[in-house]
Write a protein that binds this ligand. Structure first.
Ligand SMILES: [Zn+2]
Length: 332
């Protein structure tokens, strides 16, 4: 059963907002679009794994998707965690296409695609590192530690796997045989290490301690707010700089009138600049003429805030998906 689902990744939302607001001539745009493609493909791979795992019997497999936990001063992330009464399983999904060479000695994964080679961290080492942290996390939270298995899933069925490591196939599987492999792991475990009430306690703590990552996307690409186009974007012709009339936004380019066009600009501010804003910051970003007009907008937005009227700080809503009516493009 699904204990914790996967959200649409915040990094993808941030990259989408960034690509949309950067000027076309920005020299970093091709690299950012390339990164976006990579992250998007990774997410698709994770959704494929989710779908494949949906064939496991509900009752015996407690599934937590996309966890980010703290072990001392380290943060570690788990793609998919399966808890059973007999053992735990960590799954890391890779969705690379082309051919993947897993090199034992250099501890790299080398992708060959259209005659180009690219090196990545070895995912088996990656997932074992997660296992090490997770083991410590369980102990630190006073839970018993069962046998913890790890698997790397190669999600793309046309990807070719090559290796010089005779034991690689113990830890790396193609997506279409993932469930078979889990069944095989099952056959080696008869003794129940936990009861359902233990799993309940552990999963509750995992969900509570999950802390989503909010990367500073401008910093990652050494960009500054000056690299972004400001203003409210026209939902019809994409022009930046809709004009605020008394109650409505008007596009000077295509003359579209909109009541809610500022919503996505407010979200962009939170995603790209920082998760809080003041009246003045909103006024600047939306290119509003007066603080009074930005104040009016803020009062209709109903954002969570802190502080008294003067110097009040508005915060990104915790559940931004619902607040901004965002659709998660899920594919199953
Ligand atoms: Zn327009």
């Amino acid at each position: 059963m699904i204990i914790k689902d996967r959200d649409y990744p915040i990094r993808l939302r941030k990259l989408e907002a960034l690509i949309n607001r950067l000027y076309d001539h920005n020299s970093k745009l091709p690299l950012i679009k390339d990164d976006y493609k990579g992250w998007k493909s990774g997410y698709k791979g994770e959704l494929n794994t989710d779908y494949r795992l949906s064939f496991l019997p509900e009752k015996d497999y407690w599934i937590l998707r996309d966890l980010r936990l703290t072990d001392d001063s380290w943060k570690f992330q788990i793609d998919t965690l399966i808890l059973t009464r007999r053992y735990f399983l960590l799954i890391e999904t890779k969705n690379h296409s082309g051919a993947l060479l897993f090199e034992k000695d250099s501890e790299q994964m080398i992708q060959t695609k259209q005659d180009k080679e690219k090196a990545y961290d070895h995912p088996v080492i990656q997932v074992n590192k997660q296992k090490w942290h997770f083991n410590r996390w369980l102990q630190a939270n006073n839970f018993k530690v069962p046998l913890i298995h790890t698997l790397v899933v190669i999600s793309n069925s046309s990807t070719i796997i090559k290796t010089d490591d005779p034991f690689l196939y113990k830890y790396v599987v193609k997506g279409d045989v993932l469930v078979d492999r889990i069944m095989k792991i099952d056959t080696n475990h008869f003794n129940e290490f936990f009861q359902d009430k233990d799993l309940k306690k552990i999963s509750k703590t995992l969900v509570k301690k999950h802390s989503p990552f909010h990367p500073d996307i401008l910093k990652i690409y050494s960009l500054s707010p000056a690299d972004l186009q400001k203003g409210v974007q026209c939902p019809s012709c994409s022009y930046f700089g809709m004009k605020r009339m008394k109650w409505i936004w008007v596009c000077p380019h295509c003359l579209l009138r909109s009541k809610a066009a500022h919503h996505s600009a407010v979200l962009d501010y939170f995603l790209l600049i920082k998760p809080t804003m003041t009246n003045q910051e909103l006024k600047d970003f939306l290119l509003l003429p007066t603080s009074r007009s930005s104040g009016n907008l803020l009062s209709t937005l109903n954002l969570p805030f802190s502080g008294a009227t003067k110097g009040r700080v508005y915060h990104m809503p915790k559940d931004k998906e619902t607040f901004f009516h965002l659709k998660s493009p899920k594919k199953n």
